[in-house]
Structures are given as structure tokens and as C-alpha cells.
Ligand binder design. Structure first.
Ligand code: ADP
Ligand code: MG
Length: 237
């Protein structure tokens, strides 16, 4: 996935000011930066939940902005800070729902596929449980399974561990790390600098709607070139 020259305003608030992001297939890109710098907005643009005012998006080398956003969105999995599982449905049905509604799988095949994805995140044994019976970390792993069930080409994570109790963060990061190792293309907005440093292939630092620096973890964490990044790192590390 590549985003080029993305501009977006909310009214008079110019939130994205010419953002370029290159997330080559099979790699993990971590996006870091202070609160309000436009990270979530950028992910929503990448997923076409919002259309940019200017700029281009390509996936697999093809420009995607003209095409039907619904079809495009099916190629992309997104995981939010809030898991947004349906509380009245079982874990299995949460994962199976999109397969039935969007892919037209029958009940049995959707259930099988859901169980496979839940197995992948270590939760096959909770297929019949309600989300509320699970820990926050388990619920987030279900949300990841739900996204994976659609076999996305790209996974976007927006602070997927920020709402979790500290002891539950590790399990979700471990799953994301496994996913990265498996060759999934991922763009991960995160405050977990350890994850960015050890799992990401590239790290992008945003501030005030622009990409201030981008590079390998070693470059971004070890040799920051700007005062803004140095200041940010000293605040968070
Ligand atoms: P981050 O995720 O880096 O904290 P956001 O992308 O959430 O930053 O927000 C960037 C800026 O865009 C903020 O000034 C925020 O108030 C503004 N913003 C985000 N979403 C909306 C919206 N739906 N309507 C208006 N302003 C928004
Ligand atoms: Mg955000």
C-alpha cells in the first residue's frame, strides 16, 4: 500500500498536510507520534472510511481512490482500540458474520472458517462464549480473528492495545508479531515503542499532520534527525 501527498481537512482544521506512506507488501510499518498528529485520520483514509481532499492511494500498484470503497474495504482488515464486538452474539458468530453477509458463505462453512481463525489466535475453545465472558485481550484477539477471516491483503491497527490492562497487552502484541512474521502487510499505529523497535520493518513519525521522519527502527530510534522526533522519544521512552 502506498499513500502519496494525502491532504485532509475537517472544516478549517488541516489535519493531514501532504502525507506520504509506503507500506510494501509483506512488511510492517509502525506509525508513531503525539496525540492529535493525525495518525488515526491517516488510517481511516487508508481504509477509505474518509476520502482525502487530495492525494493518491495505491494497493498492489493500482490506484484505488476511484473504485467502489466497499469492495476496496473488503481487502483491508482494521482493528481499533475498542474491539466493537457484538455483545449479543457468540465469539464464533462475531467472526463468521462478515463471511456470511459479505462473502455469502453458508452457515456451516462460515462456522468452520471462524473456528479456523479463532484457532489461529488461540481462542478456538471460546467459540461459543459471549464477548463479555472474555478478557479485553481475548476480545481484541477475536477482533483480529474477525478481520483475518476476510483474508485481507493489508491489516491496519489503530492503538490496538491502548485500551487493555497492562497484563493483557503482551498477548495481543505477540499475536501481532506472529502475524507480521507470517508475511502479512501491516500498518500499525502504536504507543508500544518496544513493538515498533523490534517488530516493524519501518517506523514513520508523524507530527502535526506531516511525516517528519521515516526509516528503519534503528534509524528512527537510534539516530533521530529532527528535534521534534528527539523530543517525542524523550517524552515516551
Ligand atoms: P491521532 O490519532 O494522531 O491522535 P487524530 O487523527 O485522531 O490524531 O486527530 C487529528 C486531528 O483531527 C485532531 O485535531 C482531531 O481533533 C481532528 N479530528 C479527528 N477526527 C475528526 C473528525 N471526525 N471531525 C473533526 N475533526 C477531527
Ligand atoms: Mg488516534
Amino acid at each position: 500500500m502506498r499513500a502519496t501527498g494525502i491532504h485532509l481537512s475537517f472544516g478549517s482544521n488541516h489535519v493531514l498536510r501532504g502525507v506520504d506512506l509506503d507500506a510494501p507488501a509483506g512488511t510492517t510499518t509502525a506509525v508513531i507520534g503525539p496525540s492529535g498528529s493525525g495518525k488515526s485520520t491517516l488510517l481511516r483514509v487508508l481504509n477509505r472510511l474518509i476520502e482525502p481532499d487530495r492525494g493518491d492511494l495505491t494497493l498492489d500498484g493500482e490506484s484505488v481512490l476511484g473504485a467502489n470503497p466497499d469492495a476496496y474495504r473488503q481487502r483491508i482488515g482494521m482493528v481499533f482500540q475498542q474491539f466493537n464486538l457484538f455483545p449479543h452474539m457468540t465469539v464464533g458468530d462475531n467472526v463468521a458474520l462478515a463471511l456470511r453477509k459479505l462473502r455469502g458463505l453458508d452457515k456451516e462453512r462460515a462456522r468452520e472458517a471462524a473456528r479456523r481463525q479463532l484457532d489461529r489466535v488461540g481462542l478456538a475453545h471460546r467459540v461459543g462464549a459471549r464477548p463479555s465472558a472474555l478478557s479485553g485481550g481475548q476480545q481484541q484477539r477475536v477482533a483480529i480473528a474477525r478481520a483475518l477471516a476476510m483474508e485481507p491483503e493489508l491489516m491496519l491497527f489503530d492503538e490496538a492495545t491502548s485500551a487493555l490492562d497492562p497484563e493483557l497487552v503482551k498477548g495481543v502484541l505477540a499475536l501481532m508479531s506472529d502475524l507480521a512474521s507470517s508475511g502479512m502487510t501491516m500498518v500499525v499505529v502504536t504507543h508500544e515503542m518496544g513493538f515498533a523497535r523490534s517488530v516493524a520493518d519501518a517506523v514513520t513519525f508523524m507530527d502535526a499532520g506531516i511525516v517528519v521522519e521515516t526509516g528503519t527502527p534503528r534509524q528512527v530510534f537510534g539516530e533521530p534527525r529532527t528535534d521534534r522526533l528527539r523530543q517525542f522519544l524523550s517524552d515516551v521512552l
